[in-house]
Design a protein around this ligand. Structure first.
Ligand code: ATP
Ligand code: MG
Length: 203
């Protein structure tokens, strides 16, 4: 009995050592530092909150972050209340709500364009470590702005600046241009069981 347990223990240790060697080798092989383009898309919950989590990480390292909230600019999320007055944060609300709320396409396009002009300034500023373009995908999807207005300033940004784009239905060109892409799957959402948006979780 003891020998059997000992054997299992020995085999487990050997596997763990092997696994560590493989992981260590992979970590050692990843030597590149660069500004990343991340796309967080899909129908599941967790895109914007993940992006805002990276704002916290950035600030924790003493760096500057800029957030541009497109489309749902009128909605107040807890992160805005928490981060907006931070000296190292620029937080711009660049939308008045969803199209079906504003029901004015021209106005939506105008606020998208005004927001994009501000975002472009951040994308040209090497002092800003992280730029979050929250719900940017809809600007392309609804054709508020053309892809060739959006992609070039992102691709021409400072070499060490990170950009996170969130929103459902990310355009193929955004996905192709990105370094990291996560598609969050909607398996279940409490809203469909009649639960309204909860402070601290949904906003
Ligand atoms: P979060 O801001 O919570 O990370 P998200 O950015 O992934 O969410 P959005 O499409 O921007 O998702 O929607 C934001 C709001 O809608 C949040 O209140 C979120 O809980 C809710 N939501 C997200 N996905 C779903 C869904 N599949 N069904 C219903 N509500 C959703
Ligand atoms: Mg979102």
């Amino acid at each position: 009995m003891t020998t059997e347990t000992d054997d299992r223990e020995t085999r487990h240790k050997a596997r763990a050592v092997k696994h560590k060697q493989v992981v260590d080798a992979r970590i050692a092989a990843a030597q590149i530092d660069k500004g990343l383009l991340l796309v967080l898309t899909g129908n599941g919950k967790g895109k914007s909150s993940s992006a805002f989590g990276m704002v916290a990480r950035t600030l924790g390292h003493g760096r500057k972050a800029a957030v541009f909230q497109f489309i749902k600019g009128a909605m107040d999320v807890g992160e805005h209340a928490f981060f907006a007055n931070h000296p190292d944060v620029i937080w711009e609300k660049c939308g008045e709500g969803f199209t079906w709320e504003t029901q004015n396409r021209e106005r939506d396009i105008a606020s998208a364009r005004a927001g994009w002009d501000k975002a472009r300034a951040a994308l040209a500023d090497p002092a800003i470590h992280l730029v979050v373009l929250d719900e940017l995908t809809y600007l392309i999807r609804y054709r508020y702005l053309a892809l060739d207005e959006i992609l070039p300033p992102i691709l021409a940004r400072p070499a060490m600046q990170h950009v996170v784009i969130t929103g459902r239905a990310a355009d193929d060109a955004l996905i192709a241009a990105a370094d990291t892409v996560s598609v969050i799957k909607d398996e279940k959402h409490a809203f469909r069981a009649g639960v309204r948006a909860q402070n601290g979780i949904d906003l």
